[in-house]
Every structure is written in structure tokens, then in C-alpha cells.
Design a protein around this ligand. Structure first.
Ligand code: ADP
Ligand code: MG
Length: 142
């Protein structure tokens, strides 16, 4: 199934994320794809809000994974951009997160595609400058 949602402000993208967070269940895995500055962090902050996460959420720039424990379920935010060898995922014990009791959001999942479970839902955020500077198209495939 594919759902397409169009937004024209960061607040709207945050709200789409929040709605997803409200519906997310333990074991859910989402991949999140989109160019720099497209709104991945805004979206992820909305997901965290929907999960009642109280900590501030930002891009996990210097760590592969950021764990937020204050919400209804654990929220695992991955950015695997700096992974140079797939074994680094074993070293961080990724299976405990992927097959655990929380919700996973994975940026740059294409770099570890062989590890991504079949049931993962793929989220893509894209700009279209012909539709305006703040336009975003959010596609969710499940
Ligand atoms: P990323 O994490 O993908 O690099 P960020 O979420 O950090 O991107 O930044 C997105 C930027 O785009 C923010 O400055 C935000 O205010 C701006 N923006 C403008 N329109 C939108 C929109 N419709 N949805 C999300 N962000 C938007
Ligand atoms: Mg970001």
C-alpha cells in the first residue's frame, strides 16, 4: 500500500509524523529517505511527539543510534550514514532494536538494505520546487 501526503509547512510535516507516532506499534520499523534539508528531522520530531517522547529529538549526527526512552514505547532513531562496514551494526547490537519492543526510524537505510526486514515501511520525503519552496511530498509504503 502506498499513501501520499503533501505538506506546505514544517508544522504540517510535523503533524504527519505525529499521526504516525500515535498509530505506531512496538516492532514497527520505518526507513526514512530524503535529501538534506527536506524535513526528515521535522518529521521524526513529530513521530516522537506522537509517542509522547519528552526528550528533544534531533539528527543523530555523531552516533548511529539515538535512543529515546521517555515515550509510550522506546523510540530508536538510526542514522547509519557513517557505517563503513555492515558488521558495525552487529557491534551495536542492532537486532535488539529491530526485533525489540520499540519503534525504529532508520535514515540512510539503503546502506544496510540487507538487514532491513521485509515488513519495514518506507517513508520518502521529496521537494518539488515547481510547487513552492515549502512544498513536500511524503510517501509511505507498507
Ligand atoms: P533534514 O533532517 O531532512 O535534513 P530538517 O528537518 O532538519 O531536514 O529541515 C527541514 C527544513 O525545511 C526546516 O528548516 C524546515 O523549516 C523547512 N521546511 C519548509 N517547508 C517544510 C515542509 N513542508 N516540511 C518540512 N520542513 C519544511
Ligand atoms: Mg536531519
Amino acid at each position: 500500500m502506498e499513501t501520499v501526503i503533501e505538506t506546505v509547512s514544517p508544522e504540517e510535516t510535523f503533524e504527519v509524523g505525529r499521526q504516525l507516532g500515535l498509530l505506531a506499534k512496538p516492532g514497527d520499523i520505518y526507513t526514512l529517505k530524503g535529501d538534506l534539508g527536506v524535513g526528515k528531522t521535522v518529521f521524526t520530531q513529530g513521530v516522537a511527539k506522537g509517542l509522547d517522547v519528552r526528550e528533544h529529538v534531533n539528527s543523530p549526527t555523531f552516533t548511529i543510534i539515538q535512543v529515546y526512552d521517555s515515550g509510550r514505547f522506546p523510540f530508536y532513531h538510526f542514522d547509519v550514514y557513517r557505517i563503513s562496514d555492515i558488521e558495525e551494526m552487529d557491534e551495536i547490537g542492532y537486532e535488539d532494536y529491530f526485533f525489540g519492543d520499540g519503534i525504529c526510524m532508520i535514515e540512510w537505510a539503503e546502506l544496510i538494505s540487507e538487514l532491513i526486514p521485509q515488513n519495514a515501511k518506507a517513508i520518502t520525503i521529496e521537494k518539488n520546487l515547481q510547487k513552492g519552496f515549502d512544498y513536500r511530498k511524503i510517501t509511505i509504503r507498507s
